[in-house]
Design a protein around this ligand. Structure first.
Ligand code: SF4
Ligand code: SF4
Length: 364
């Protein structure tokens, strides 16, 4: 059974040693990173956010990690895709604050990558970002949040969508599928558009004319549009979101295969857990109170433990958009986005990336 370290937010007294950055330091000292990184070049993959977002990993934690790695004799850099266009400096991610460079994973022009061929439906190429590929060691440092396309964004999503090129992201999204529209049956009444609570569907022309389009990032597959359609013009097709989750597991495995198993580490930060991904350029109220930080050598275990820690019973209604109807079963993210996040963990285990059973080691 894999070990997952967990540093909880909860504290027993008013003392800085009881706060999360202090626990994070102690977690690193106890972790498998200790004594394992000397002389290595380490890529710290994180999401640098965009626009007005302020919920990505706070710089204080990144600095703690960088200082620890340097004390251990490693060389490191923080990396993500679209770094230069997303201005990480606006959110405090600069060399002098973090203690190491912040670099675009595919280089300044976004053209530095290594192509690995895969064969899963429309996913045919995993273009591994060059700077990630060339590192000796990968630390997958992820901010945990919900995600419209797959329910949940954590360690797997940080690699699958963040360590690759636009071509791979496009191929992954094309797996989403979900709804089919029959032009011959459509009478252009517009009821499908009015029934959608997620602004996920539209017609290409005014007055519900032209082609029917679905923006699958927003679509929860709630099927309201299908149910209100008087002519059965909208139906479910053979794809489902599980293809996207499996595609992400395959892309994650392809990236991780560039590293020996002992040269991979996963850290999930469970603070400011919002409904949507950090790429939306905004931060909405947290769905639940801050929880803490998890760390593990096993990506399936850390994802499972992370999801288990996020409880529907703790839901802050302010974190849910007004008028959005929550589902009545499953994980909080499933009720919010209509997609079971545990399918993503199962897909990771299925492609050989760890196990879903885990043992928790509390870091006090
Ligand atoms: S399935 Fe639901 S969320 Fe998706 S387009 Fe239809 S009404 Fe909107
Ligand atoms: S509800 Fe059905 S018939 Fe009406 S516009 Fe939508 S797809 Fe066409």
């Amino acid at each position: 059974m894999s070990k997952v370290f967990f540093a909880p937010m909860s504290f027993s007294r008013y003392d800085s040693s009881q706060t999360l950055p202090a626990k994070f330091e102690r977690m690193l000292e106890q972790s498998e990173l200790k004594g394992a990184v000397k002389g290595k070049k380490i890529a710290i993959k994180m999401h640098v956010g965009s626009g007005l977002s302020y919920s990505t990993i706070p710089p204080v934690f990144i600095r703690k990690l960088v200082d620890f790695l340097r004390r251990e004799g490693a060389e490191c850099f923080v990396t993500d895709h679209y770094v230069y266009g997303r201005h990480p400096e606006d959110r405090g991610y600069i060399d002098s604050v973090l203690g190491c460079p912040v670099l675009d994973a595919c280089g300044y022009f976004g053209k530095y990558f290594y192509t690995k061929e895969v064969d899963f439906k429309k996913l045919r190429h995993v273009d591994v970002a060059g700077l990630i590929h060339d590192a000796d060691y990968l630390i997958d440092f992820s901010h945990v949040k919900g995600h419209g396309a797959c329910g949940y964004g954590g360690a797997c999503k940080n690699i699958a969508m963040g360590c690759v090129t636009d071509r791979t992201r496009h191929e992954l999204h094309s797996l989403e599928g979900g709804l089919s529209w029959n032009r011959d049956k459509c009478i252009h009444c517009g009821q499908c558009i009015q029934s959608c609570n997620h602004h996920a569907n539209s017609f290409s022309e005014e007055n519900y004319q032209g082609n029917y389009n679905v923006f699958f990032h927003n679509c929860t597959l709630c099927q309201h549009c299908m149910k209100v359609c008087p002519t059965e013009a909208i139906t479910l097709d053979s794809h489902d979101y599980r293809d996207f989750q499996r595609g992400m597991a395959i892309a994650t495995k392809t990236v991780l295969d560039c590293f020996e198993p002992e040269n991979r580490y996963f850290i999930n930060v469970l603070t400011q857990i919002t409904a949507l991904c950090d790429c939306w350029g905004m931060t909405t109220p947290s769905l639940v109170p801050d929880i803490g930080i998890c760390a593990s050598t096993d990506i399936a275990s850390i994802e499972q433990a992370t999801l288990d820690l996020i409880k529907f019973e703790k839901l802050n209604p302010e974190g849910v958009p007004e008028g959005l109807e929550l589902g009545d079963h499953g994980h909080l993210f499933e009720r919010l986005h209509g997609k079971d996040p545990y399918q993503q963990v199962a897909a990771l285990a299925d492609v050989g990336l760890g196990e879903t059973k885990y043992e928790t080691v509390i870091v006090e």
